[in-house]
Design a protein. Structure first.
Ligand code: IPE
Ligand code: IPE
Ligand code: MG
Length: 243
């Protein structure tokens, strides 16, 4: 689709959901669903960035996902370590800067090292920012930011009276602009603890498609829907007829 006349969102966030159901309905294992989701994510990312979207956040593993079976958790962890070379190759090819959001504490050394390698190797790119939410929770992020703020206030590095939204944003895992469009695939209509701070004024879009089938055409539909939304941010456009 031609995007040149459209007002594209600056920051798109996506909850990659439905991999398991996609696989189960096809008689495959849940892991195969995650594998297919991973392949689809690469294709979709290249497409979205090619349409001048500067920031893309993807929810790939939540703090709550540790409740799943050992086999499934291990498979998801191994996607990062096992596909490290491919991920790096992809980022270099597309000139993507990849950053991570989430708690490092419960992750294995191997996974943390893979994350650090991806961040370091791609830090030179500036145009396309890919924020990977891994072992991420919106509550955890706000709590972790608050702890850092308290520390800085106690150390005399931050004046509490100067704490505003912009300053708070600096203390989050990544200092990103607000989300404009939040997509959750698979028909579920909830945030599941995803970017609570950044999604405060996002437009939400909930396609029924499972993530492995969420292709370029599906993304075009999301953008078309987004362009129809009237983003008022609490204000009123008095020049408009219906006011
Ligand atoms: C999303 O797919 C990927 C992760 C949560 C890691 P799911 O695994 O949640 O798939 P469903 O929701 O069970 O179909
Ligand atoms: C949210 O999906 C987390 C990710 C996509 C990484 P879940 O499938 O884990 O969320 P619930 O359990 O349906 O809320
Ligand atoms: Mg799910």
């Amino acid at each position: 689709m031609d995007y040149s006349k459209l007002k594209v969102p600056n920051h798109v966030a996506i909850i990659v959901d439905g991999n398991g159901r996609w696989a189960t309905e096809k008689g495959m294992s849940r892991s195969e669903g995650h594998q297919q989701g991973f392949l689809n994510l690469k294709k979709l990312l290249a497409y979205m960035f090619s349409k001048n979207i500067k920031y893309i956040s993807a929810y790939l593993f939540s703090t709550e996902n540790f409740k799943r079976s050992k086999v499934e958790v291990n498979f998801l962890m191994n996607l990062l370590t096992g596909q490290l070379t491919e991920i790096l190759e992809f980022c270099h090819q597309e000139k993507i800067k990849a950053v991570f959001s989430g708690r490092k504490e419960n992750l294995s050394k191997k996974v943390v090292e893979a994350m650090e390698k991806i961040e370091q190797d791609t830090s030179k790119y500036q145009e396309k920012i890919f924020n990977i939410c891994f072992n991420y929770g919106g509550h955890a992020e706000i709590i972790d930011a608050t702890k850092k703020i308290v520390k800085d206030v106690q150390a005399g590095k931050l004046d509490m009276n100067k704490l505003d939204e912009e300053t708070f944003n600096h203390y989050l895992y990544q200092d990103l602009p607000p989300v404009d469009l939040m997509i959750r695939t698979s028909g579920e209509q909830r945030l599941s603890n995803f970017m609570l701070w950044q999604n405060s004024y996002a437009e939400f879009y909930f396609p029924k498609t499972y993530f492995p089938d969420f292709d370029e055409n599906e993304f075009d539909q999301a953008i078309l829907e987004y362009t129809k939304r009237d983003r008022r941010f609490g204000g009123i456009d008095y020049a408009k007829k219906n006011h």
